[in-house]
Design a protein around this ligand. Sequence first.
Ligand code: 5AD
Ligand code: SF4
Length: 482
Amino acid sequence: MKKDYSQYFKKPSLQEAQKRGKEDIQILHDAFHIPSEMIHIGQHKFYYIRTYGCQANERDSEILSGMLEMMSYEATDVMEQADVILLNTCAIRENAEMKVLGKIGDIKHLKRQNPDLIVGVCGCMAQEEEVVSRLLEKYPHIDLIFGTHNLHRLPELLKEAMFSKERVVEVWSKEGDIIENLPSVRAHGTKAWVNIMYGCDKFCTYCIVPYTRGKQRSRLVEDVLEEVRELQEKGYKEVTLLGQNVNAYGKDFETPLSFAYLLEQVAKTGIDRVRFTTSHPWDFSEDMIDTIARYDNVMPYIHLPVQSGNNDILKLMGRKYSRESYLELFHKIKERIPHCAISTDIIVGFPNETKQQFEDTLSLYDICEYDIAYTFIYTPRDGTPAAKMEDNISLEEKQRRLYQLNDLVNEKSKKANEHFVGQTIKVLVDGISKNDDEMLCGYSEHNKLINFKGNKDHIGQIVRVKITQAKTWTLDGEEVES
Ligand code: 5AD
Ligand code: SF4
């Protein structure tokens, strides 16, 4: 039975988005369709998509591309050439949002030159009521706003925007169903993102994601495996299993399943490389460590965000683990999977973070010697509990802390990279190196970017590279005979 969508034609509400209902999520395998009048609508026309934010957004953009190409549009990298422009936005921090608003400003003159141009804004910013009100008020050249739960509705919404000549806003605040079998045009030919779940129920106090991406919904094991097998048949060498919190995979099923189980099933397909992201330290089970250790094709690299090294701050952040329990997990992983690369995310300047509390983050960093860290200055996000906390730390002080932390991050990254000098390691060749036409580049099993002298015919293959030099962010090397 077809769903009546008219009830959903509305703007978002963060309060609604916060609710977690008991209603069953439906998994629909045939819900996507393209209205007949839209199938040829894009003939001789171009689309341009700009993606901000995380891999979930990258994957969503592949699906947006798939839908647009099914409507006969062709991709372009030149925004000025496009007939449809979509900005797939991120709401995680203020600067992510500022970038998007700047870009929307840039598009204004294009709309003046071509009134038939359709400008759409989707993704996480579209889930925020303040943002949508501001976009509607200040940017009359936006034709279409749709949310993360409305992605599959693009053909209908585009039709509405084109034929009604009205602005179209469709943002469901609460998560929708899981829509399977959406078309997609993948960004790479050898590496692929595979969603295993949507949404997040963790509600860390600083984070907007549980509001913008909704309740946790896991895809069925069969559907994930079918996608991986299909990719493998097409020659893909690597899949990255995606979720905001992959280790909570399957906990939302009536009969719960674990991520370790799914990971093992994916490893058993025999695809060359399996990665996953992101892991929350809270749900990281012994079984998961065991599975990563046992399967050669599960890559020895884990992104394990710690956010802070201080227990009081962790508590205020709602992270539900302590410095001690994090370190215990960290050491367990390193013992069971020697040389496992581990990266992290850290927020500095959480409301009222003292110098001593920040020092605890530095000392934890010193212990863990991460391969890499993504570091951020805290920014309040409307609707989250932390945004209501008063904050007595100046921006200058937060910036100082960020620089100090980044110095340590660089030092430890270089040290972690030096470990590989002299070793021969496996690299999946992505293509020609960005800074040097004569070099190739690709990623090692530990997720290090390797620039190396090698055979161009090997692009797309896994080759052996002898590492000759370590830099802070990358390694140099030379391909050796397999
Ligand atoms: N301010 C700063 N950083 C944030 N992150 C999430 N929310 C915020 C915020 N409000 C960071 C966290 C998370 C990463 C994806 O972004 O470190 O792990
Ligand atoms: Fe940004 Fe988070 Fe949305 Fe990803 S899920 S696009 S990081 S706000």
